[in-house]
Design a protein around this ligand. Structure first.
Ligand code: ADP
Ligand code: MG
Length: 258
């Protein structure tokens, strides 16, 4: 399989008048087309910084990031908060990216309608965000991201604001959507179980400055879904391996909180 994203020797430091904060050091990895990669690490280890660099929102101090794609909008971003605008309808929120990029043509709008219907929001297109559940709002945010047809999705703890049960269901739904549409995804999270359940591969970042300490490929067979792998016998084995890697690192206490 061809690499869609290659990251080579990446380093990044925040400079403020008071201090220099090294956020990432010596990060190298690549992501193949169609792969779902989870990156897990303690709070403050540089996960959001890494995604900002990949999205081109910040420039690395050192190293290279290469996206092997011809797509006009190669990268889409999903955040912890859905950032839906209350004064707009769900349809109009889902079209926001198209509007900003000047791509509001009939074909793209019809594509948005079709995705909203497909993802269970067909009856809610004219509703306001506050009338929807947290899970529906995250699906609407996903449609807004997918409307620009990105090849690579960057997911920055997109389920963290949801309550536990909703988080597991919405993660499963969003994973299925991305898998069916053949998207490549990089998810960052501080939740080990979430990282294992969603990722074909899990990378572990150390405390700041984040370095890749561990990179394992999970194997749950071809019928895996995020929900089903949680009760797979191998799940606990992966959990223990990653847990051990994380407790050996600074900044994680023995209750797994960071
Ligand atoms: P994570 O997403 O893993 O929680 P971040 O990438 O947000 O971590 O931040 C990594 C480190 O860089 C943190 O220690 C944070 O305090 C620091 N940091 C983040 N943004 C800034 C900024 N704008 N200026 C200075 N330091 C920052
Ligand atoms: Mg973050």
């Amino acid at each position: 399989m061809a690499a869609l994203l290659s990251v080579h020797d990446l380093c990044y430091t925040y400079h403020t008048p008071k201090a220099d904060t090294p956020a990432l050091a010596d990060i190298s990895f690549s992501v193949e087309k169609g792969e779902f990669v989870s990156i897990v690490g303690p709070s403050g280890c540089g996960k959001s910084t890494l995604l900002s660099l990949v999205a081109g929102l910040a420039i690395p101090d050192q190293g290279h990031i290469t996206l092997h794609t011809q797509a006009s909008h190669p990268v889409g971003y999903m955040f912890q908060r859905d950032h839906l605008l209350e004064w707009r309808s769900i349809f109009s929120n889902a079209c926001l990216g198209l509007e900003i990029r000047g791509a509001m043509n009939d074909k793209n709008q019809e594509n948005v309608r079709q995705m909203l219907r497909q993802y269970g929001l067909g009856d809610f297109m004219e509703h306001r965000p506050s009338q929807l559940s947290g899970g529906m709002r995250q699906r609407a945010a996903l449609v807004r991201t997918l409307a620009l047809q990105p090849e690579l999705l960057l997911l920055d703890e997109p389920f963290s604001a949801l309550d536990y049960q909703t988080r597991i269901t919405v993660a499963d739904e969003i994973w299925q959507i991305l898998r069916q549409s053949g998207k490549t995804a990089v998810l960052v999270t501080h939740d080990i179980s979430e990282a294992i359940s969603l990722g074909d591969r899990v990378m572990v970042l150390s405390a700041r400055p984040g370095r890749i300490m561990y990179d394992i490929r999970t194997d749950f067979g071809p019928d895996r879904t995020p929900l089903s792998v949680r009760s797979h016998p191998a799940f606990q084995t992966y959990f223990q391996q990653i847990w051990q890697a994380m407790v050996q690192m600074e900044g994680v206490d023995h209750h797994g909180k960071s």
